[in-house]
Design a protein around this ligand. Structure first.
Ligand SMILES: C[S@@+](CC[C@H](N)C(=O)[O-])C[C@H]1O[C@@H](n2cnc3c(N)ncnc32)[C@H](O)[C@@H]1O
Length: 421
C-alpha cells in the first residue's frame, strides 16, 4: 500500500480458506484475511490489493471466536514471523480448520463430499517443539531470523517455538552468520557436530555439549539453500529400521510423522505376500521398506526417485530386502523406460505439485487394485483425484494428519480403488 496512515476496515470473517487465510467480504470484493478465525468480527489492515480481491491482516479483534488463544510465540502476529499461521487458535480448532480446508478442496475440485478428521501426530503435545529442520534467513549483519509472511524481510528471532529442542540447542539464533544468506539446521538426535557450507567450502563447527545431530547449510547469498556438498548423512529410526538420509534429502520434519504416515500407507496398501508394489517418489525408501517387508521374498517392490543421493540412500537402506529395488529417474519417464505395465499396489508421494494429469493416467493404466496417494497439498490432491475419477479410480478412504502444527499445512493419505467391472 502507498504511504500514509492505513485505515483498518471492519470485517465479518466467514469460512477458512487454503493457505492460512479466512474469507471475508468488503465492498463487493473478497478479502483473504490472516490472524483471524471464522465467526469473528475484526479490524483489518489491507496488505495487498488486486481488482478481484484484497489481502488483509486482522489487527484488532472486536468479537473473538471461542477457538482463539493468545499465541504462545512472541514473534507471531500481523507483520511478524511468517512461519506459523494458526498460533492464535487452539490445536483442536487448527485441526478442524485443516479438515474443513481439505473437505472444501475435495468438494470444489473433485466433487467429493467427505468429512475429514485431522489426526494428531505423536511427539508434539502442545503443537510445539516438533520441527527437526528449520531454515533460518540471515540479516546483513549476520543475525538469524525467519521470513515475514509473503516477504523477503527477516524477523530476527531469539528462539523458534515450533523448532525441535535439538535444533534450539544448536543455538543458530545465538550465533553470528555474517556473509551467509540462509542457514538450515537439521536435528535428529545422534550427531555431535554442525557442518557449515560456505562459498569457500565446507567446514565443521563444534557445538559444545550437543547430543544432537546438527547439519547446517549456508548458501551463497542468492536467497536459496544449496544442497550440502560431501557426504554428511543423518540417521533416522522408524521402528526397528534405520534410514540414512544424506545432505538435504527428503525426510518428514515432524519427528512422529514418518512412522505415522508409514502406518497409514501400509494400512491402505494392504500388501499381501507375493504382491508387486510400486513406491513412486520413494525418497530414501521409507514406504518401500514397509511394502517390501509385507510383500515378502516372493513379492517385489520398485521404488522410483529422481534425486541421485536419495537413490543411493534408499538402496543402502533396503539392502537387506532383495525383493526391493530402486530406480533413479523421474516418474514421468521411468515407468515407460522400464516397461512397467501393471502392479498390484501403487504408493505415490509426490512433492507439493502433485502427480499431474500424465502421471495420473500412467498410474491408472497399471490397473492396480489399490493406489495410495500421500499428499502435502490439498489442492493438488483434489485436482489429481478428479483426474483419477475420469479413469475409474475413486476415493475409498482418506486419513489426514497434523504433521505441521501451528502452520496451515496438512498431510493426507488417500486410498483409491477401481470401479468394479
Ligand atoms: C514428498 S517426498 C517423499 C519421499 C518419501 N516417500 C518419504 O516419505 O520419505 C517426494 C520425493 O520425490 C522426489 N521427486 C520429486 N520429483 C520427482 C519426479 N518427477 N520423479 C521422481 N521423484 C521425484 C523428491 O526428490 C523427494 O524425494
Amino acid at each position: 500500500m502507498s504511504g500514509g496512515t492505513v485505515v483498518p476496515i471492519e470485517l465479518n470473517v466467514e469460512r477458512v480458506a487454503n493457505g492460512g487465510w479466512c474469507v471475508a467480504r468488503h465492498e463487493g470484493r473478497v478479502v483473504f484475511v490472516r490472524h483471524a478465525l471464522p465467526g469473528e468480527r475484526v479490524l483489518a489492515e489491507v496488505t495487498d490489493e488486486t481488482t478481484r480481491f484484497l489481502r488483509a491482516d486482522a489487527v484488532e479483534i472486536l468479537d473473538a471466536s471461542p477457538d482463539r488463544v493468545a499465541p504462545p510465540c512472541p514473534f507471531a502476529g500481523p507483520g511478524r514471523c511468517g512461519g506459523c499461521d494458526w498460533q492464535h487458535a487452539t490445536l483442536e480448532a487448527q485441526r478442524r480448520l485443516k479438515g474443513e480446508v481439505l473437505a472444501e478442496q475435495l468438494q470444489r475440485l473433485a466433487g467429493l463430499e467427505v468429512k475429514v478428521d485431522v489426526e494428531e501426530v505423536p511427539g508434539a503435545p502442545q503443537g510445539l517443539g516438533w520441527r527437526t529442520r528449520v531454515q533460518f534467513a540471515i540479516t546483513p549483519d549476520g543475525t538469524a531470523g525467519l521470513r515475514r509472511h509473503r516477504s523477503h524481510e527477516i524477523e530476527p528471532v531469539d528462539a523458534c517455538l515450533i523448532a525441535h529442542s535439538e535444533v534450539e540447542r544448536m543455538g543458530v539464533e545465538r550465533r553470528n552468520w555474517r556473509g551467509a544468506a540462509a542457514v538450515e539446521a537439521i536435528a535428529t538426535g545422534t550427531r555431535e557436530r554442525a557442518v557449515v557450507v560456505t562459498p569457500k567450502g565446507q567446514r565443521t563447527v563444534a557445538v559444545p555439549d550437543l547430543a544432537a545431530e546438527a547439519h547446517v547449510l549456508v548458501d551463497e547469498g542468492r536467497g536459496h539453500v544449496r544442497a550440502v556438498r560431501g557426504r554428511t548423512a543423518l540417521t533416522e529410526r522408524v521402528g526397528e529400521r534405520e534410514f540414512q538420509v544424506t545432505g538435504s534429502g527428503f525426510w518428514q520434519v515432524h519427528p512422529g510423522a514418518a512412522a505415522t504416515l508409514l502406518g497409514a500407507v501400509l494400512q491402505f496398501a494392504a500388501v499381501r505376500p507375493g504382491d508387486w508394489a510400486l513406491d513412486l517418489y520413494c525418497g530414501v525408501g521409507l514406504f518401500a521398506a514397509g511394502l517390501a517387508e509385507a510383500a515378502g521374498p516372493e513379492g517385489a517392490v520398485l521404488g522410483v526417485e529422481s534425486d541421485a543421493r536419495a537413490v543411493q540412500d534408499a538402496r543402502r537402506n533396503l539392502r537387506d530386502l532383495p525383493q526391493a529395488r530402486v530406480e533413479r529417474g523421474r516418474v514421468e519417464d521411468t515407468l515407460d523406460r522400464l516397461g512397467v505395465e501393471r502392479a498390484d499396489v501403487v504408493v505415490a508421494d509426490p512433492p507439493r505439485t502433485g502427480l499431474g494429469r500424465e502421471v495420473v493416467a500412467r498410474v491408472a493404466g497399471l490397473d492396480a487394485a489399490r493406489v495410495v496417494y500421500v499428499s502435502c497439498d490439498p489442492a493438488t490432491l483434489a485436482r489429481d483425484l478428479a483426474w483419477f475419477a475420469e479413469r475409474g479410480y475413486h476415493l475409498a478412504d482418506l486419513r489426514a494428519f497434523d504433521a505441521f502444527p501451528m502452520t496451515h499445512h496438512v498431510e493426507s493419505v488417500a486410498l483409491l480403488t477401481r470401479e468394479p467391472r
